[in-house]
Design a protein around this ligand. Structure first.
Ligand code: PLP
Length: 334
């Protein structure tokens, strides 16, 4: 029985084409700037997203951290969603390592931050306060795609208020594929973007931070400081390049599988949140542990959470969704 893992889109195995690309990668010492494959990935992604420069790093956490630290000095503040990854799920790195104060705000139902609330949170120029310097958004935000008109409004808002704008685009390409736009249409509104290659795109490791030449030079220095300077990293960058070339359009299949999963669960009577991309949120309540154990016996890996996140990805086939629905139906009728 093959295992179906719906806990995250980070659990994928490199495809055979990706492994071949990794094997064939030309390598050098990237700390010396001499890895041609890393250089190609950084240039390619920066150009594709409309930025002057890119920086390959081991993880999305590091990419966001370097982005925040490159924008903010010690004693600066960034405004961010309560549930945003940079704030809630990255060990408080911006505060711990960057001395950057977070100002979290409650997110709206669509994953955006209400700009009136952001405006009210910006601190006056007064030595009592931290200096509000940056606004950070996430897209997709728990699977939700931020509307294009909102991005334009946010861009305008940050220019008016002298704030920089960072995007945690761990799943940028899910948003772009869902909207049917080039990723650049989204990123044009931001001063920096962190893109994960190891989520829906299916690479084993790596993220890229994109921004201006000055910002990326600062981030490169910080990357060395936090131990993110890798050597023959082209073996990993090759996987990222392969993913960008071959595994973007297929995200639509993950979205279709999530939609099918959601409609099946709805028919079974499970309360669900609206689904836009590759994440399905279903209310399981206090039976979360029991459901996890029940599904594990049937080769289906789930997290155990009352608000359960089910994530589709390249190692989940359409036929797997039917197997999952059968398990949920059996669990419900026990
Ligand atoms: C939205 C978002 N941003 C950033 C990250 C961090 O990525 P990494 O696990 O590579 O540090 C994640 C990881 O799941 C994420 O979901």
């Amino acid at each position: 029985m093959s295992v179906i893992d719906l806990r995250s889109d980070t659990v994928t195995q490199p495809t055979s084409g990706m492994r071949e690309a990794m094997l064939a990668a030309e390598l050098g010492d990237d700390v010396y700037g001499e890895d041609p494959t890393v250089n190609r990935l950084e240039t390619h992604l920066a150009q594709q997203l409309g930025f002057a420069a890119g920086l390959f790093v081991p993880s999305g956490t590091m990419s966001n951290l370097l982005g925040l630290m490159a924008h903010c000095e010690r004693g600066d503040e960034y405004i961010v969603g309560q549930q945003a990854h940079t704030y809630k799920y990255e060990g408080g790195g911006a505060a711990v390592l960057g001395s950057i104060q977070p100002q979290p705000l409650e997110l709206e139902a669509d994953g955006s931050l209400d700009l009136a609330k952001v405006e009210a949170a910006i601190k006056p120029d007064d030595f009592h306060f931290a200096r509000t310097r940056l606004l950070a958004l996430e897209n997709t935000m728990q699977g939700k795609v931020l509307p294009m008109a909102y991005l334009q409004a946010v861009h305008h808002f940050t220019r008016q208020h002298g704030l920089a704008l960072h995007l945690d685009g761990a799943r940028l390409y899910n948003a772009a594929v869902k909207l049917g736009v080039a990723a650049r249409e989204i990123t044009q509104h931001f001063d920096s973007v962190s893109v994960c290659l190891s989520k829906g795109l299916g690479a084993p490791v790596g993220s890229v931070l994109c921004g201006s030449a000055v910002l990326i030079a600062k981030a490169r220095r910080l990357r060395k400081m936090v131990g993110g300077g890798m050597r023959q990293a082209g073996v990993l960058a090759a996987a990222g390049l392969y993913a960008l070339e071959h595994q973007v359009a297929r995200l639509a299949a993950d979205h279709a599988n999530a939609e099918r999963l959601a409609s099946g669960l709805r028919e079974l009577g499970y309360p669900l949140e609206p689904v836009q991309t590759n994440m399905v949120y279903v209310q399981i309540g206090e039976r979360a542990d029991a459901l996890q154990a029940f599904c594990a016996e049937r080769g289906i890996k789930l997290s155990a959470a009352p608000r359960l996140r089910l994530v589709t990805h390249l190692d989940v086939a359409a036929s797997d969704i039917e197997r999952v629905l059968e398990a949920f139906a059996a669990f419900r009728s026990r």
